[in-house]
Ligand binder design. Structure first.
Ligand code: B12
Length: 142
């Protein structure tokens, strides 16, 4: 029996904006995650590589419930800080931000203090990502 509860029903009809932040060419993970979230019922816009201000503007225009960032270049802390500040500048501070990539476990607490709702390191299954993001919507509806 699975140890992980399945919260994916909470994804249906939600809107996600996904993007690569930082100057890295590792796009496989974010493409797989974007497709998995779409298959699970979310409406997903994948922005490709983008600057913090571009991500925030797109989140506003798309009415995103979730901003999903991908970073495998090691500078995830500064990149996430920039996106969260840009979202707050557009009054989108309530938008959930998650990040995946090569993120050392020790950085998760720091990222959460910045306002990141969940971090997903290399090797996590797509099913776990979808369920965990669904759990975020269950916990903080709206
Ligand atoms: C394949 C690979 C490459 C490919 C990339 C192919 C591509 N287009 O994607 C190539 C050969 C191009 C490459 C290049 C380089 N790479 Co490389 N690469 C890898 C490798 C082996 C696997 C990455 C991968 O595709 N994994 C499979 C995907 C599915 O996993 P993932 O991306 O981690 O995504 C998962 C999670 O992270 C998470 N996730 C990711 N994004 C998102 C987004 C959201 C919204 C969510 C929710 C979750 C999520 O979910 C995914 C599913 O589990 C990793 C090592 C590793 N094991 O991670 C090194 C690695 C990422 N590379 C590394 C390095 C250093 C480089 C180079 C700088 C090497 C060099 N000197 O040239 C260059 C960078 C070039 C550049 N301009 O950026 C380092 C990064 C170190 C760091 N961050 O500090 C790593 C970690 C290797 C290492 N141990 O040193 N690389």
């Amino acid at each position: 029996m699975s140890q992980t509860s399945d919260f994916t029903a909470a994804l249906r009809g939600r809107r996600a904006l996904t993007a690569k932040v930082g100057m890295d060419a590792h796009w496989r993970g974010v493409m797989l995650v974007s497709a998995a979230l779409r298959d699970a019922g979310m409406e997903v816009v994948y922005l490709g590589h983008a600057q913090a201000s571009e991500i925030a503007q797109a989140a506003l225009e798309e009415g995103a419930d979730l901003v999903g960032l991908s970073c495998l270049s090691g500078n995830h802390v500064s990149e996430c800080r920039g996106v969260i500040e840009a979202l707050r500048a557009l009054d989108l501070g309530e938008c959930r931000v998650v990040v995946g990539g090569s993120i050392p476990p020790g950085d998760a607490t720091l990222l959460e203090e910045l306002g990141v709702a969940a971090c997903f390191g290399s090797g996590i299954s797509l099913a776990s990502i979808c369920s965990e993001i669904g759990r975020l919507f269950e916990e903080t509806p709206g």
